[in-house]
Design a protein around this ligand. Structure first.
Ligand SMILES: Nc1ncnc2c1ncn2[C@@H]1O[C@H](COP(=O)(O)OP(=O)(O)OP(=O)(O)O)[C@@H](O)[C@H]1O
Ligand SMILES: [Mg+2]
Length: 261
């Protein structure tokens, strides 16, 4: 990968929590227009890696570059401004608002200063209409346009995850970090959503790094590459075929992580 094709570059990232080394000297890249899966057993450091990339946690060591910029010393809102948006493993929706309203409000943890000030500025009608159109397209892409007027408090866990992805899409990100986006989403719908994410990457050239816990599932979802983590380290990275070929190794570490689909 040439430097100009790299959207995310993580170099020797380490994160300690007291005596616990949650992420242990990992390095990887995600290219522009690449769809990459991050997989590994519970507690292996996947979410911590996302938290470091998105600026919620300060790395103990190592370097993170987001869309060509050094992101180590940036706040989450500054990293978002570079074009990177994330979703959370445990969704944070405004329960008392409808789905469509949730999409129209910027995410809590990623308020950018200009977003706050824009809340107090009169909106142009055209801009409002565009945002509404964007919100409905996001719901279409996630196969849940019929839920627009439902209260977020009425949604199941899986449906909440979809609305959370919708919110991430609202900022027209160049880079999306998705933390187990289809956990709790029924099989066929989860497959459709991954297909739509694949199409989004192919059609728009954005990059997606997605955490998924099910090896069998991710192997068949059209990702370009898979990064396998175990105990804070990268066990291997390669195309789905390459990962499949080392299945025994992977199974040894994941304890047959593919059986629960
Ligand atoms: N804020 C924190 N403070 C202390 N320890 C933490 C913190 N966040 C994560 N850990 C620990 O770091 C390790 C990695 O956790 P992390 O959440 O990154 O794993 P994960 O791969 O996302 O797991 P899961 O599949 O369960 O979501 C775990 O041992 C976890 O308990
Ligand atoms: Mg996690």
């Amino acid at each position: 990968m040439t430097e100009s094709n790299i959207a995310l570059k993580v170099s020797n990232l380490t994160k300690d929590f007291g005596g616990l080394r949650a992420v242990n000297d990992i390095s990887f890249e995600v290219g522009k227009g690449e769809f990459v899966g991050l997989i590994g057993p519970n507690g292996c450091g996947k979410t911590t890696t996302f938290n470091c990339i998105s600026g919620l946690l300060e790395p103990s060591d190592g370097k993170i570059q987001v869309l060509g910029k050094d992101a180590n010393s940036l706040r989450p809102d500054q990293i978002q401004k570079l074009g990177l948006t994330r979703t959370f493993q445990h969704t944070r929706l405004w329960k008392e608002m409808t789905v469509i309203e949730n999409l129209l409000v910027p995410p809590r943890k990623q308020f950018a200063p200009n977003t706050i000030s824009s809340l107090f500025r009169p909106h142009s009608r055209a801009a409002e209409r565009n945002r509404l159109e964007d919100a409905y397209s996001a719901l279409d892409m996630l196969e849940v346009p019929h839920m627009a007027e439902n209260l977020a408090s009425e949604l199941s866990g899986g449906q909440s995850k979809l609305v959370d992805i919708g919110r991430a899409l609202m900022g027209t990100p160049q880079f999306l970090l998705l933390d187990e986006p289809v956990a709790g989403v029924a099989g066929p719908l989860a497959e459709k959503i991954f297909q739509n994410l694949r199409d989004l990457v192919t059609d728009t050239g954005i990059s997606i790094l997605v955490i998924e816990h099910n090896m069998d599932f991710i192997l068949r979802r059209g990702v370009d590459r898979i990064i396998v983590m175990d105990q804070g380290r990268i066990l291997m990275q390669g195309t789905p075929d390459e990962v499949k070929d080392s299945r025994e190794v992977v199974e040894a570490y994941l304890g047959g992580g593919g059986e629960e689909e």
